[in-house]
Design a protein around this ligand. Structure first.
Ligand code: TMP
Length: 200
């Protein structure tokens, strides 16, 4: 079996920039690495992504569509790759639903746990890299983007709740996470990633 690694953080934390570098470092070790993302990762998931990022909807619908895309992603991409001995790196997974729909939108945490139990009772990431950053820093980084999606357009208080949602998830299961101070310089973050790479 390969390993399943997820990258998480609020929009603007810089996780996606580091993901490609991290995957390359694993490939240099001779590992077969699959890079994927949520919402998305399958043809249906990518269609759901377009809807989720653009179309206003209730928070319950949002959570259900996130988990619908996830079920497809797990069955079509993640599990087959892991069974084939590949390493899977996903840009976001269920922690994002707890942080955004639970923390950000205020959806009931237990309902999300029920969806998680339904959709992946037997799968959790082996490791989650959580890029943690103060919301002012994340928002400054987003300010350079030309077009912002439905989530990125949210106000600072939404992102404060998202960040708190991530912290709650980390507290519930600390051994699964590597928390990275993403307000640091790129070089310092890279150094931290090297330390993590040496430990897996
Ligand atoms: P991305 O910009 O990192 O690709 O993620 C797309 C957006 O979707 C991001 O703002 C976070 C949001 N999202 C959720 O709200 N819930 C989820 O379960 C996932 C996977 C993403």
């Amino acid at each position: 079996m390969g390993k399943f690694i997820t990258f998480e953080g609020v929009d603007g934390a810089g996780k996606s920039t580091h993901l490609a570098w991290f995957a390359d470092a694993l490939r240099q070790r001779g590992l077969d690495v699959v890079i994927t993302r949520e919402p998305g990762g399958t043809p249906l998931g990518e269609q759901l992504r377009k809807i989720l990022l653009n179309q206003p909807m209730s928070s319950g619908t949002e959570a259900l569509l996130m988990f619908a895309a996830r079920l497809e992603h797990i069955e079509q991409v993640i599990k087959p790759a892991l069974r084939a001995g590949k390493w899977v790196i996903s840009d976001r997974f269920s922690d994002a639903s707890f942080a955004y729909q639970g923390g950000g939108r205020g959806l009931d945490w237990d309902k999300l746990s029920q969806l998680e139990q339904w959709v992946h009772p037997d799968l959790q990431p082996d490791l989650t890299l959580f890029f943690d950053v103060p919301i002012e820093v994340a928002r400054q980084r987003l300010a350079n983007n030309v077009s912002l999606d439905r989530f990125e357009q949210e106000q600072a208080d939404f992102f404060e709740r998202v960040r708190a949602g991530y912290h709650k998830r980390v507290r519930e299961n600390p051994q699964r996470y590597a928390v990275i101070d993403a307000a640091q310089s790129m070089d310092k973050v890279k150094h931290k990633l090297e330390v993590i790479l040496a430990s897996i």
